[in-house]
Design a protein around this ligand. Structure first.
Ligand code: TPW
Ligand code: MG
Length: 556
């Protein structure tokens, strides 16, 4: 086999099932190999940020490698923000970039797409990936590929693979699969015993779950553990959508002062908060009014467990969960009796204007009829609205918070076989990547896209109410749908919204764009509480009270 086939087989052997990309001359020969070998299907999009977002969403949904293939310089550097987002949110994304061949490197010319030096791109990607390889030696390539892909999966972070274009067809052996390092059984046993002891001494243990439980494919095990221990489960903001199709005793999502008071109190007052796979970010914890004492929590993430000023290194999340399940011990204390969140249904189909909470109600009606539809959300009030939608799979940039994610992520979900997605996106974010919907016609994708059109960067207006710079004009997005191969409907009343959703879900084969007109200043209840909470936390604290540290105040 040749080097590009070795690469494609290695990707497949490590779990990848599709490639997203945009070609360019430095990567043409590789794209030809992708097409002729048929080892995996390839989907091309229009702009590299979307390639990264689509591959990221496919990886998140299936807990497997996502692959983004681009050309050198103009292509790869266009994808930096998407890869940074995957790095921050722990997504195993493989970036493959074409590159100049050896003879070109020494030609004496500056090469097109070259920024500073020929290795500037590698240096930039070093900062936002957990491992890198330049495949400039076909003899070493199999081992290097095995290492890089194993690290991508083990650390659940992006990796960077550079493929010089003169070596695409060079003979190369198949890459091996490395075996995972053994977990030290003594460390694991001591750790599991300590965690269990700590939980059994607690009066009010709570299990807080984060995205790592999805990344490592252990949601079912975590649900079993929660039932065995009989402790209530809460997701972080970033972890919204986790455990959606399990019977874990799920209460809802922790959002500090912006969340339901009872749930916030349960998390903040817990004397044993077991945090499994949680990213300790400002969006997850910055709006904690009664700041959680992280030192008193039990944290398992990034391959280690930390509690009571002790660190148990080399204990992956799954190993800890397995060990606790194997003990098979339940906690003796009765579990906290808390009500799970209730998600309102029954859209009022009248002539009133539409508020974000009406969209949540309408989508809860849809999900009751079509359970399991996955959601892809952008950042903006659409993501806060998603918190009022019943638990279902959700991909969203809840921590890194990049705009432009929603539409391409939805396309990535459908390409990867997740079913027909519902995409939630604001008008500002839609201006960034909405055009990507034009690619649906080529592949038969038919997402339902809900554009929250408030003619505004409303989330910013919420923080800066008197600003003029947050005004956007009315772009009439529904009118563009047909030209892009879809169907568009613009709605301004609740009755129209209900009808448009019914019709969109009845039809298949083309994307459906529902442009929901929302009066400026009308935001979801959660965003209103969030803004209010951030304002309160940012006010100087009275001398005796303990305030959230400045760096934890969210700035989306
Ligand atoms: C790539 C900063 C965060 S939220 C927001 C901006 C500009 C406004 C979003 O407007 P939209 O939604 O989509 O109309 P809504 O509900 O607020 O009206 N550039 C990038 N990412 C981020 N997060 C920003 C800027 C931002
Ligand atoms: Mg907007």
């Amino acid at each position: 086999m040749n080097l590009s086939q070795a690469l494609l087989h290695a990707l497949r052997d490590h779990g990848a099932r599709e490639i997203f990309g945009i070609p360019g001359d430095f990567v043409l020969a590789f794209f030809r190999q992708i097409e002729t070998t048929g080892i995996m299907p390839m989907y091309t999009l229009s702009h590299e940020p979307a390639v990264g977002f689509a591959a990221d969403a496919a990886a998140r949904y299936h807990s497997r490698l996502g692959v983004a293939a681009v050309t050198y310089g103009a292509g790869a550097l266009n994808m930096v923000n998407a890869v940074a987002s995957s790095y921050a949110e722990k997504v195993p994304l493989v970036v493959i970039s074409g590159a100049p061949g050896a003879a070109e490197r020494t030609s004496g010319y500056l090469l097109h797409h070259q920024a500073k030096t020929l290795d500037s791109q590698l240096a930039i990607f070093r900062e936002i990936t957990c491992d890198q390889v330049v495949l400039d030696d076909p003899a070493r390539a199999p081992q290097d590929l095995a290492r890089v892909l194993a690290n991508c999966l083990a650390q659940s972070r992006p990796v960077y693979i550079e493929l010089p274009r003169d070596l695409v067809n060079a003979p190369c052996a198949r890459a091996p699969r490395l075996t995972a390092p053994r977990v030290n059984p003594d460390t694991l046993a001591a750790c599991a015993a300590a965690v269990f002891a700590r939980l059994s001494l607690a009066a009010a243990p709570v299990l807080l779950v984060g995205v790592e439980i999805r990344r490592y494919g252990i949601e079912k095990k975590v649900a079993r553990l929660a039932r065995l221990l009989n402790i209530p489960v809460v997701t972080t903001f970033m972890g919204r959508g986790l455990l959606a199709d399990t019977d874990a005793p799920l209460l809802g999502t922790y959002l500090g002062v912006a969340g339901p008071a009872q749930l916030t109190a349960a998390v903040e007052q817990s004397d044993a908060l077991l945090m499994l796979g949680v990213i300790v970010s400002d969006t997850n914890f910055g709006i904690s009014g009664n700041k959680i004492d992280l030192q008193r929590s039990i944290r398992a993430s990034d391959g280690a467990v930390t509690m009571d000023y002790q660190v148990y290194p080399g204990v992956p999340l799954e190993a800890l969960v397995d060990a606790l399940l194997e003990r098979g011990d339940a906690l003796s204390e009765a579990a906290l009796q808390l009500q799970p969140a209730i998600y309102p249904r029954g859209l009022k189909r009248d002539a009133a204007t539409i508020a974000p909470r009406d969209i949540a109600r309408a989508l809860n009606d849809v999900l009751a009829l079509h359970p399991g539809l996955p959601l892809a959300a952008d950042i903006g009030d659409c993501l806060f609205t998603a918190l009022d939608i019943a638990h279902t799979d959700l991909v969203a940039p809840g921590y890194y918070a990049t705009m432009g994610y929603g539409v391409p992520a939805g396309l990535g979900l459908q390409a990867a076989g997740a079913g027909r997605p519902i995409i939630l996106v604001g008008d500002g974010a839609f201006q960034m990547t909405g055009w990507e919907l034009g690619n649906c016609q080529r592949y038969g994708w038919d997402p339902v896209v809900i554009v929250f059109n408030n003619c505004s960067w409303e989330m910013l207006r919420a923080f800066e109410p008197d600003s003029g710079f947050t005004d956007l004009s009315d772009w009439h997005f529904a009118d563009m749908a047909e030209a892009l191969g879809g169907r568009g409907t613009r709605v301004a009343t609740r009755a129209q919204l209900g009808e448009a959703l019914d019709a969109a879900l009845d039809r298949r084969g083309k994307f459906e764009l529902i442009e929901v007109m929302i009066p400026r200043g009308t935001v979801s209840d959660t965003l209103a509480r969030f803004v209010d909470g951030v304002r309160r936390l940012q006010r100087p604290a009275p001398a005796v009270a303990v305030a959230a540290p400045r760096e934890l105040a969210p700035a989306l």
